[in-house]
Design a protein around this ligand. Structure first.
Ligand code: SAH
Ligand code: F3S
Length: 481
């Protein structure tokens, strides 16, 4: 039997799905992208069937799992520190077992078990269903490792346990892996080839969320625009699909349209879009449905065509600008965000200026900016020297961060005076008397609570703003309520 336990932790309400008969305790932590957080919910679900309930308390755990990120060296260093911490706890509680999941497990494979002896179990992103068997190996003192990447696994048949949930917003994964082979990126190696999840299982997961009162779903994938389900396996094998498979194939625009039409009282977001795969059809579907949020995370990585080419991104600066023009034309009020890498090998001052000018052109609402970090095994690491000095990378990074902040401020201001639709997610961090939520464009909005509650869709008249937050007052429910 399932019951919902509410816990107060650092001021946020955590709703944890717990099975009453489960006696063992799982402590699970996630680092990195949203996909990792979503995968941890699948792992928690698999382990719920093995007698584990989740705990927030490391000291009382029977099993500690960390879902890891390899995207930059710094991410891996953070996880190494956590592993040290777990091992310190383990020295007091030797029956506790420690497992590494995700990208770092895939990248380092048996190295964790052989050389370092700091973990009991190593599981790659496509092997989570094998965890019950691996735990038996651990119990019997054998090395427990499975880092086999799959052509088919999408975990479509597993209903995730929602971890740390506000009960209102949830992630639903729609694709796994990535075929793009950007030269700087470790993801194609750690998460394998791209495959899409069956639409039926996506719709069922959303239906279940809807029935449980959730109001917003973010469709997740390394490259959602490339979603293509045809009843086969890998995206790259689509050429070999039968005529029937091709006739019944579903692409991302169709999936988005199905979601928005089937669940008119839920709103939808998606992440991440790759410019080379983002077709106008998707923009038109977004424009057609009020309940598809008007926000696209559209990483570009650099504003220089030469660097984009070196990165194996399949578009030029001009093509990206054309895409942005079309998006703004079809949906004038949309917000866009970027990922940017500064100091990629051979990046000159001129390339850097191209990045700054592209940012001025696009006017991103948000941005996630990183200094290049060489990843072993990637094409850039094999073929190019990491030749931009650290001080130069840092200075250029600071320049793009400063510019993004200035642009974001201007972008936030554009909503002052407007009435925006907000889904209430939680109490504002700054004030117990205010709700916090986001508008369609993903900007945070805070306003007095009055009689509204978490999960309500309200219209908020915006009177003021800080650099990243809109401040206003609710004027009633929206049509989504
Ligand atoms: N398509 C993916 C991208 C994952 S990586 C997604 O779903 O978001 C997230 C971001 O990390 C990338 O867009 C890129 O800006 C950054 N990144 C990837 N590899 C990097 C590296 N080697 N050094 C610095 N930043 C990197
Ligand atoms: Fe990485 Fe490029 Fe795919 S950034 S996740 S290889 S789109």
């Amino acid at each position: 039997m399932e019951k919902v336990i509410e816990e107060q932790k650092q001021g946020t309400s955590l709703i944890l799905d717990q099975q009453e008969n489960n006696t063992k305790k799982l402590f699970i932590e996630s680092y990195g992208c949203q996909m990792n957080f979503s995968d941890s919910e699948i792992v928690a679900s698999i382990l719920a069937n093995e007698g584990y309930n989740t705990t927030q308390n490391l000291e009382e755990a029977d099993l500690v799992l960390v879902n890891t990120c390899s995207i930059r060296d710094k991410a891996e260093q953070t996880i190494r520190k956590r592993l040290e911490k777990y091992n310190a706890v383990k020295s007091i509680n030797p029956s506790m077992k420690v497992g590494v999941l995700g990208c770092m497990a895939e990248r380092l494979k048996s190295k964790f078990l052989e050389e370092e002896k700091i973990v009991d179990m190593v599981v790659g992103p496509d092997a989570y269903k094998d965890i019950p068997n691996l735990l038996k190996d651990v119990g019997e003192g054998r090395d427990a490792i499975n880092v086999i990447l799959s052509k088919e696994e999408t975990y479509g048949d597993i209903a995730p346990v929602r971890l740390n949930s506000n009960g209102v917003t949830a992630f639903v994964s729609i694709t796994r892996g990535c075929d793009n082979m950007c030269t700087f990126c470790v993801v194609p190696f750690t998460r394998g080839r791209e495959r899409s999840r069956e639409p039926q299982s996506i719709m069922e997961e959303i239906k279940d969320l809807h029935q449980r009162g959730f109001k917003e779903v973010t469709l997740l994938g390394q490259n959602v625009d490339s979603y293509l389900w045809y009843g086969g396996g890998l995206k790259k094998d689509y050429d070999k699909a039968t005529d029937i498979q091709k006739a019944t194939a579903v692409d991302f625009a169709q999936l988005l349209d199905m979601c928005a039409t089937s669940f008119p009282k839920m709103r939808f977001r998606f992440s991440t879009s790759n410019p080379q795969d983002m077709h106008d059809e998707v923009i038109h579907v977004m424009a057609k449905h009020h309940n598809i949020c008007k926000y696209i995370h559209l990483p570009v990585q650099s504003g220089s065509t030469r660097i984009l080419h070196e990165m194996n991104r399949q578009h030029t600066r001009e093509e990206y600008m054309d895409l942005v023009d079309r998006i703004y034309k079809i949906i004038p009020k949309i917000s866009l965000s970027q990922d940017m890498i500064t100091g990629f090998p051979t990046e000159t001052e001129e390339d850097h200026q191209d990045t700054l000018s592209l940012m001025e052109y696009v006017k991103y609402d948000f941005g996630y900016m990183f200094a290049y970090s060489e990843r072993p095994g990637t094409m850039a690491a094999r073929k190019m020297e990491d030749d931009v000095p650290e001080v130069v990378k840092k200075r250029r990074l600071q320049e793009i961060v400063d510019l993004q902040q200035r642009i974001a401020m201007e972008r936030t201001k554009r909503f002052v005076g407007d009435t925006v639709e907000v889904l209430i997610e939680k109490t504002s961090k700054r004030s117990d008397e205010h709700w916090s939520g986001r508008n369609s464009q993903n900007t945070t909005v805070v306003f007095p609570k009055e009689n509204y509650k978490v999960g309500d869709f309200v219209l908020v008249k915006v009177s003021d703003c800080t650099s990243a937050t809109l401040i206003g007052e609710a004027v009633g429910y929206s049509e989504m309520q």
